[in-house]
Design a protein around this ligand. Structure first.
Ligand SMILES: Nc1ncnc2c1ncn2[C@@H]1O[C@H](COP(=O)(O)OP(=O)(O)OP(=O)(O)O)[C@@H](O)[C@H]1O
Length: 252
């Protein structure tokens, strides 16, 4: 075998100088960030520091004004959200998105990426898809609610349903926007356990979260945003002591 230069290990997700403004507000400001592949990454920062806008730019929900996004070495800047999903990135939303009048099972069947309505309708009868849906419902712990309408689930259960929907897409990287927000402590524990298990199985996570207890106990690597750009990154224990982080949060 001939000697070859070692192949560089790509970071999971990397942005360079990513920028997005709304009128006079620069929500994401030349943000260059690398998230670590195979790890649970946290993205924290004060209210309005640009975390959700950053997620939206990365996942194709909105188009950045400038800068680039690469996923595992491939440029995905300004790719539409379905293309970003096909590249292997799944995401949840700060305000949980489920179809309230559909059953839990129906929500999962429509969550799968479908190129056309015809495929969607066919797959509604596809036992294989249903089995996959049941598998993820068992994993998130709401399989007993399969036939319930989503609007009858508690908010925490709806978040678990949304997560099951993300998992139906079989993403390699999962971006969660405030998974613990508005969720009772018991379900927060379940979500955290699930994240740990899925990470052990190889999924990379990038989690925006205000619940510091969850961030500090769950994340391997934390990036801190302030005013649209990263101001610190590192292990949770280092981040907690970083004066720049304390200043951003407390204004001290
Ligand atoms: N669609 C929009 N139109 C105008 N301004 C926006 C829009 N989306 C976000 N902003 C502004 O951009 C800034 C960053 O908002 P963003 O929601 O990304 O922050 P965040 O860190 O996710 O906040 P939070 O932690 O409170 O959810 C804020 O000043 C916000 O008001």
């Amino acid at each position: 075998m001939s000697a070859q230069a070692p192949v560089a290990v790509a970071s999971s997700l990397e942005t360079v100088e990513l920028t997005k403004s709304f009128g006079g507000v620069t929500a994401v400001d030349h943000a260059s960030v690398r998230f670590v592949d195979g790890k649970v990454n946290g993205l924290i920062g004060p209210n309005g520091s640009g975390k959700t806008t950053f997620f939206n730019c990365v996942t194709g929900m909105i188009k950045p004004d400038a800068g680039s996004v690469a996923y595992r070495g491939n440029d995905i800047t300004r790719h539409a959200s379905d293309r970003v999903a096909r590249a292997g990135i799944g995401r949840s939303f700060q305000l949980c998105r489920v179809f309230p009048r559909m059953t839990v099972m129906e929500n999962l069947l429509v969550a799968v990426r479908h190129p056309s309505l015809r495929t969607l309708l066919r797959s509604a009868d596809d036992e294989h898809e249903r089995e996959r849906a049941r598998h993820w419902l068992r994993r998130v712990g709401i399989d007993h609610l399969e036939q319930a309408e989503a609007r009858n689930l508690s908010y925490g259960q709806q978040k678990l349903l949304e997560l099951a929907g993300v998992l139906m897409g079989d993403p390699d990287t999962i971006m969660l926007d405030e998974p613990a927000g508005g969720v009772n402590p018991a379900l927060i524990g379940r979500i955290a356990t699930l994240v740990r298990e899925l990470n052990d199985e190889g999924k990379t996570f990038i989690i925006v979260e205000h619940n510091m207890e969850m961030v500090m106990s769950l994340c391997d690597h934390v990036v801190v945003f302030d005013r649209g750009r990263p101001i610190a990154e590192g292990a949770p224990s280092d981040i907690q002591k970083d004066p720049r982080v304390l200043e951003a949060y407390l204004g001290v």
